[in-house]
Ligand binder design. Structure first.
Ligand SMILES: Nc1ncnc2c1ncn2[C@@H]1O[C@H](COP(=O)(O)OP(=O)(O)OP(=O)(O)O)[C@@H](O)[C@H]1O
Ligand SMILES: [Mg+2]
Length: 265
């Protein structure tokens, strides 16, 4: 089957001459439809840059990117932007403070000239578990978790094929993190959507992802399945160091947190 996302020799260099800094170095991977593909690695290894290449925010990449088999141009059409949506780490930053939830959700619809505005807004709110009473509130009238739900609704309202999640829960309280992660898993179960998830929390990544790519200094050093994370059996020495350094990895804790949220605890 054609992968939904395919990267072949993807490289990004920032700066010129002596100041040139290769942030992604010939990264190749494939993501199948409805997969959750994790990206881990220490700060500065190029995770957000990689998501930005996929979302179209970053244009100075080299190599090849394909969505559904079709090569991506560096400059994208509006229709192409619509297919890949992004959810950022901090819902306090990503939602306009003086816009109501309604206008936040309406904006992408008007950019992409989509009709059925009312039904789409109600549908998107309900998909993220927010009732109609939230529709005319401002971000400061919402909790952190509710704000992140609005950010997810804003991405989903365009019915994208791919959701790029850059640390979507790390700005949230632990109990709320579990709620949002479980919401994302529920949304994925319903549809054909594909996720690329960046997280520093290896427990979260092991719980959420089908496969996990380890980036080190812009190089994809290894791809893992969750069991290799759980059982601490990676092949590459860097991944072993990453696991040993723990980086918030406590599978038992992550599992309990997610189970607790599922049972409403
Ligand atoms: N627009 C830019 N211009 C120049 N350098 C950049 C730019 N964006 C990112 N970088 C550099 O690229 C490297 C990778 O950054 P990136 O944000 O992708 O890391 P990251 O893995 O997401 O880190 P974190 O986990 O801290 O979010 C960093 O050294 C960063 O300083
Ligand atoms: Mg980042």
């Amino acid at each position: 089957m054609t992968p939904v996302i395919e990267a072949n020799g993807l490289s990004v260099v920032f700066g010129k001459g002596a100041a040139a800094h290769r942030v992604l170095d010939s990264v190749s991977f494939r993501v199948g439809r409805n997969e959750v593909f994790g990206l881990v690695g220490e700060s500065g290894c190029g995770k957000s840059t990689l998501l930005n290449c996929l979302s179209g925010l970053q244009r100075n990449w080299e190599g090849e990117l394909r969505i559904d088999g079709a090569p991506l141009a560096r400059r994208r059409s509006k229709a192409c932007f619509r297919r890949t949506q992004m959810v950022f780490q901090d819902p306090y930053d990503s939602l306009h403070p003086r816009h109501t939830v309604n206008s936040i959700l309406r904006e992408p619809l008007s950019i992409h000239r989509l009709g059925d505005v009312d039904a789409r807004i109600r549908g998107a709110l309900s998909e993220v578990g927010l009732g109609p009473e939230f529709r005319f509130r401002y971000p400061h009238q919402l909790s952190g978790g509710q704000r992140q739900r609005v950010a997810i609704a804003r991405a989903l309202i365009l019915d994208p094929e791919i959701l790029l999640l850059d640390e979507p829960t790390s700005a949230l309280d632990v109990s709320v993190q579990a709620e949002i992660l479980n919401l994302l898993l529920d949304i994925r179960e319903k549809g054909r959507i594909t996720y690329v998830l960046v997280s520093h929390n290896l427990g979260v990544v092991a719980h959420m992802c089908n496969r996990i790519a380890v980036l080190h200094g812009g190089v994809l050093v290894e791809e893992l399945v969750p069991d290799q994370l759980r059982e601490h059996t990676p092949q590459h020495p860097y991944t072993r160091r990453l696991l040993d350094a723990n980086l918030g990895y406590d599978r038992g804790k992550a599992h309990r947190m997610l189970q607790g949220a599922e049972s409403g605890g």
